[in-house]
Design a protein around this ligand. Structure first.
Ligand code: MG
Length: 239
């Protein structure tokens, strides 16, 4: 006895019948639990070591304490040795517990997808700044739909669905797209990026590889990160 039906019409664009019991079952994944990734995730930072990361011209020089890494101001951005492309990315961050500075000077860091495209990290809990530079902004391009910041020092989450741009020769055939949840709240829904992140000017594409590192920004503030992992969008065709 089958699980479904074979006497139903084909779903357009597929070789599967409606409710087809022969269609492959979804792969089983043990979901994430607090502080640990789903079973098929690629762990980028496990709270113990920065061996998978590098700094500018040498080892990553940020601090590790209590399962988290913390920016060491002046040591520069760090990035994963691993390069990857389209993915679901999860990370947790906390703004400095000691509040100082204002606008872009408060708890600034950043998550650079493929090392080029910044989802802003900033402490915008009762801290206004220019909207396309607030917490969770696609920096310089898209303000987030809402401000879902937790208080300084509290752990917060980003869950990001990233699709990198596609080039054929020098031509852009599909812009990058990103969806971002902050603390479970939707900030961006499949917005199309205009190009790699810029400061004080507009963004434009130039051809680059389909993979790149995850980069975290040293903007001089004591921002912490933990529990960083991704899942490739394998088997997913953005169309
Ligand atoms: Mg930043």
């Amino acid at each position: 006895m089958g699980l479904g039906y074979q006497d139903t019409p084909l779903i357009p664009g597929t070789t599967w019948h409606v409710h087809d019991g022969e269609r492959p079952q979804p792969r089983v994944v043990a979901p994430a639990t607090a502080g640990s990734p789903p079973s098929d995730a690629v762990v980028l930072f496990d709270g113990v070591s920065l061996d998978g990361w590098e700094g500018n011209g040498g080892p990553a020089a940020w601090r590790i304490e209590d399962d988290a890494m913390e920016v060491v101001p002046g040591t520069g951005n760090i990035r994963t040795k691993a390069h990857f492309g389209d993915c679901q990315l999860h990370l947790e961050f906390a703004a400095p517990t000691v509040v100082k500075g204002e606008s872009q000077g408060r708890g600034n860091s950043g998550v650079f997808l493929m090392g080029l495209y910044e989802v802003q990290v900033l402490d915008c809990f009762q801290n206004p700044t220019y909207p396309d530079g607030t917490t969770g902004a696609v920096y310089g391009q898209y303000p987030p739909l809402v401000n879902a910041c937790r208080a300084p020092g509290e752990w917060q989450t980003y869950d990001i669905v990233w699709e990198g741009p596609r080039f054929e020769g020098d031509a852009l055939v599909r812009p990058a797209r990103v969806t971002v949840f902050h603390n479970g709240v939707l900030l961006h829904h499949a917005v199309e990026l205009q190009g790699p992140t810029q400061h004080r000017t507009t963004a434009h594409y130039a051809p680059h590889a389909e993979t790149g590192p995850l980069e975290l920004q040293d903007h001089g503030d004591l921002v912490r990160f933990r529990n960083i992992w991704y899942r490739p969008l394998a088997g997913y065709d953005a169309g």
